[in-house]
Structures are given as structure tokens and as C-alpha cells.
Design a binder for this molecule. Structure first.
Ligand code: URA
Length: 290
């Protein structure tokens, strides 16, 4: 922080980091600017200038793009289209997801899927980390900035917390499989909308069916709601076994628990997560008969 006559001003770097974290990546002025009108003005001026410079009048109708005309002068590349989330996108996701017969196929299908608007602003598809053969699968909500940059779930501070939680029950990323309910980062880490969750639901459901874990842990409310159908808030849900039924009818026990980010903000509640993970450990023992 810089101090100017007693006023604490944030360092410019901190401020820019804050904006980047919030998903602000374009500089805007205080007053709105009509770039389209500006663009037309520039094109008209360029065309008039070209016409004046061509004595014969040849090429009069050809507009010369102005140097800073970012629309007209832009190289022609396909524009990323942001689909408005609706039921048609969710139906397309369901159909595509059901075709995947392996996790690799599913990842490829998701890489090629253009029906989720979140993909437009995300840098990566955050598919999974860990061991797909593991008995335990954890499902988080959605990638944040670190995960989007690395292309891996729980890559940042909350991931370190998750690693400590797993270590407490004798597991690590080689003995657990980790994914997210939403595989693309929502801009500025905003909460995914119900439509976005519905579009992504078939993918995480298929991922679970293909990984076929013995036990699922959902981290936070959204994956718990999506996978168990329970409308309860996470503080009421957590610590109580629920189930997830795959499309082929396999019933998987689900332990809804608190998100590592929440535990970082509320360390006093770590004891609740600890209890939940002891339950998970006991369930894994019970199901593997040891
Ligand atoms: N929070 C999540 O829910 N998932 C991640 O991958 C990272 C943070």
C-alpha cells in the first residue's frame, strides 16, 4: 500500500491483480463510447480520402481500413460464439456425453463442445486430476483462476487445503480422482447459473459413471445439489450420507462436505470437515471389506 497524506492507496500492481482476478481484462473509460459509430466514421473518412487520392475515381467504393480500426482491419478469424444457455444446449450435452465410452473420449467430446457459454471466457477445460481408478472421487464446484491457468482442478490455495484434508485420511492425488461439476471457469469466479449447471451436468454425470468410484465426496452446495438432487443448503446437507444413481443404475454413496475455500475463510469449521472425512474413510474401509 502507498500512503499519500495519510490515505492508504492500493499498489497499482495489487489493483491490477484484483481486476484480473475479478475477470476484468478490458480497459473501459468512465463514459460509454460507441465503437460501432466510431468505426463507421473512420471507414467513411478513409473511403473519402481514398477517393480524393484516386484521380480517375477508380476504386472509389473500396474503403481503406483505418489503422486503428480494430473491426475492419482485424484478421479474419472465426469469432468465438457465446451460446445463450438454454435447454437445447443441455440436450446436446446429454446426447454427446452419453456417447463417451472412456474418460479420454469424454474429455475430447467436452473439448469440442461449443454449447456452454462459459467456454468463451475460460482459458482451459478443467477436466480432472488424480487417479481415475481410485475408489474415492471428489467433485468441486467450478475452476477458479489458478485452475483455469493450469487446466487442473484444485490447483491453487484451496487445492493445498484439499491435499492436507486428503493426507489426514491417508490419501493423496494418486489415490483419489478429482473433478468439478462445472469444467470451465465462470468469469470473475461468479457463481454458475442454474442453466450453466444443467448444461454441464451430463458431463460430470458421465465422468462419474465412467470412473465408477466406490464413494463420492461433493465439495460445496452446487455439486451436492446436482448429483444428489437434494435442495438443502450445504450446512444442513454436510455430514449426511446421500446417494448418486448413475444412468445405468449404479448407486454410489455421496458425502456432501464443506468447500476447502470455505474452510480457509472459516478455520473453526475444519472440525466439521474432519468428521465428514472420517466418515468417508470408514465407508471406503467398509466397501473394500478391510
Ligand atoms: N474450487 C472448486 O470448486 N474447484 C476447483 O477446482 C478450485 C476451486
Amino acid at each position: 500500500m502507498a500512503s499519500i497524506s495519510g490515505y492508504e492507496r492500493p499498489d497499482l500492481r495489487d489493483l491490477l491483480a484484483f481486476y484480473a482476478e475479478a475477470g476484468v481484462d478490458d480497459a473501459l473509460a468512465d463514459d460509454p463510447i460507441d465503437r460501432f459509430a466510431e468505426n463507421v466514421r473512420q471507414q467513411t473518412a478513409a473511403a473519402q480520402q481514398a477517393a480524393r487520392a484516386t484521380p480517375s475515381g477508380a476504386g472509389r467504393s473500396e474503403a481503406v481500413p483505418a489503422r486503428n480500426d480494430r473491426f475492419a482491419a482485424a484478421p479474419s478469424r472465426p469469432m468465438a460464439s457465446a451460446s445463450v444457455p438454454d435447454e437445447a444446449q443441455a440436450a446436446a450435452a446429454r446426447e454427446l456425453a452419453s456417447k463417451a465410452t472412456t474418460l479420454d473420449e469424454l474429455r475430447q467430446i467436452m473439448e469440442g463442445f461449443e454449447g456452454c457459454n462459459l467456454k468463451t471466457t475460460a482459458k482451459s477445460l478443467v477436466f480432472a486430476d488424480g487417479n481415475p481408478q481410485a475408489e474415492l472421487m471428489l467433485v468441486g464446484e467450478a475452476p477458479g483462476r489458478d485452475e483455469d491457468l493450469e487446466g487442473l482442478p484444485f490447483a491453487g490455495r484451496s487445492g493445498q487445503m484439499l491435499d492436507r484434508i486428503l493426507a489426514a485420511i491417508g490419501l493423496d492425488r494418486k489415490s483419489a480422482y478429482i473433478a468439478n461439476a462445472i469444467p470451465w471457469r465462470p468469469p470473475g469466479n461468479r457463481a454458475p447459473t442454474p442453466h450453466e449447471a444443467e448444461i454441464c451436468r451430463p458431463f460430470i454425470e458421465r465422468q462419474i459413471a465412467l470412473a465408477n468410484p466406490k464413494v463420492l465426496v461433493t465439495l460445496d452446495g452446487l455439486p451436492a445439489k446436482l448429483l444428489t438432487g437434494s435442495p438443502d443448503v450445504i450446512v444442513r446437507l454436510r455430514g449426511n450420507w446421500k446417494t448418486h444413481t448413475t444412468a445405468s443404475g449404479t448407486v454410489i454413496p455421496v458425502m456432501p462436505t464443506l468447500h476447502p475455500d470455505y474452510l480457509l475463510r472459516n478455520p473453526a469449521h475444519k472440525k466439521l470437515a474432519w468428521r465428514d472425512f472420517l466418515e468417508v474413510k470408514a465407508k471406503l474401509r467398509e466397501l473394500s471389506g478391510s
